[in-house]
Ligand binder design. Structure first.
Ligand SMILES: Cc1ncc(COP(=O)(O)O)c(C=O)c1O
Length: 342
């Protein structure tokens, strides 16, 4: 059920590395906001390494993914701009819409043709100064990967593209860097990548990657970056050592991920490219019943119900570190439960 995709949340060696790293510094607390002395050496090292690895010009650490989405939407969508946002974008982005009045429209989930129609319409009627599009790399409930066409449309319309990679960074792509890596897209000046550190990176917090101009703008304009204490020093250090670990072990981790995906396909006939396996169940009640039964066999599975999703699902995470034996056993139990419930 957790988003600890790579099992780093209980990797003691990584924890020790982070502790030793923090020990090297005199100060180990962020103390204040980034602009007022809260910028620690560890923030700078993390930002340099994560932007270089991802091929972006610049980076900024943020207190959490929720704050990062608030920062992006509130500060980038100015008076004459317009935002097109996927209807299934995370709640943090949806809450942020309240701060930009009516300068936004939702488009159908992962639907390039709907986005194109709406963009043409908006251009004709409002002719906004800048267009901003917001999508996710992998959607947390369905495990869908965003379609590559959305990147092409952003280029075609000269739009800024925000990609929330909370669930895709660390889980897809040859170097496990997320959806840019997965599609082989080289980041450009119109691309913004936002990611969280509380999921595959086994820590807490978030980061934004973009051009130098955009990062400098966010640093000086985004309220949820300026008016809040900077990211915890220890969490940044833990994310840094885990970022290095994932990079050094990407090949081995990718092999484990594809082995797990194959097991889900073999037993449940579910094809997925991500570590999220959504298993549809009849109704909300069945979802809860299945969750309880699985819990009694020591499997902690998410029972995601309406209205959070259109159709209730069991959300199984193919977490690295879980043995093949346990995963097979879990899927066989689910298969038996599914047959009984029909
Ligand atoms: C897609 C997505 N974006 C943003 C967030 C918010 O990140 P955080 O938990 O770091 O606030 C989450 C989940 O927590 C998420 O799933």
């Amino acid at each position: 059920m957790s988003n600890d995709y790579l099992g780093l949340a209980n990797n003691k060696e990584q924890f020790e590395k982070a502790v030793n790293l923090v020990r090297e510094y005199e100060s180990f607390a962020p103390k204040s906001s980034m602009l007022v002395g809260g910028y620690h050496r560890v923030h700078k090292i993390f930002e340099d390494e994560i932007s270089t690895l991802n091929g972006f010009e610049s980076a900024i650490t943020v207190g959490s993914g929720f704050l990062a989405n608030m920062a992006l939407i509130e500060s980038l969508v100015r008076k004459k701009d317009f935002l097109l946002i996927d209807e299934e974008y995370h709640a943090s982005g949806i809450v942020a819409l309240q701060m930009i009045d009516d300068r936004y429209m939702k488009f159908r989930h992962n639907c390039a043709s709907d986005l194109r129609i709406k963009l043409l319409d908006i251009k004709r009627k409002l002719n906004p100064k800048r267009i901003i599009i917001a999508i996710e790399g992998i959607y947390s409930m369905s495990g869908d990967i965003c379609t590559k066409e959305l990147f092409d449309i952003a280029d075609e319309f000269g739009a800024i593209l925000i990609v929330d990679e909370a669930h895709s960074s660390g889980t897809i792509g040859g170097n496990l860097l997320g959806v840019f890596d997965y599609y082989g897209i080289t980041p450009k000046a119109n691309h913004i990548k936002m990611g969280t550190l509380g999921k595959a990176y086994g820590s807490y917090g978030a980061y934004i990657l973009a051009s130098r101009n955009i990062i400098s703008f966010l640093e000086n304009r985004a309220k949820s970056i300026i008016y809040t204490t900077s990211l915890s020093v220890f969490d940044t250090a833990l994310a840094l050592v885990n970022l290095r670990y994932i990079h050094e072990n990407a090949k081995r981790i990718n092999k484990e991920i594809s082995d797990k995906i194959n097991i889900a396909n073999e037993i449940l006939n579910i094809k997925t490219d991500s570590l999220i396996v959504p298993i549809k169940v009849k109704d909300n009640h069945t979802a809860i019943e299945f969750q309880k039964l699985l819990q009694s066999s020591c499997y902690l599975i998410g029972a995601i119900r309406q209205p959070t999703v259109n159709h209730p699902i069991l959300r199984v995470i193919l977490r690295c570190g879980v043995s093949t034996k346990s995963l097979k056993e879990l899927f066989l139990i689910i298969k038996r439960l599914e047959l009984k419930s029909i």
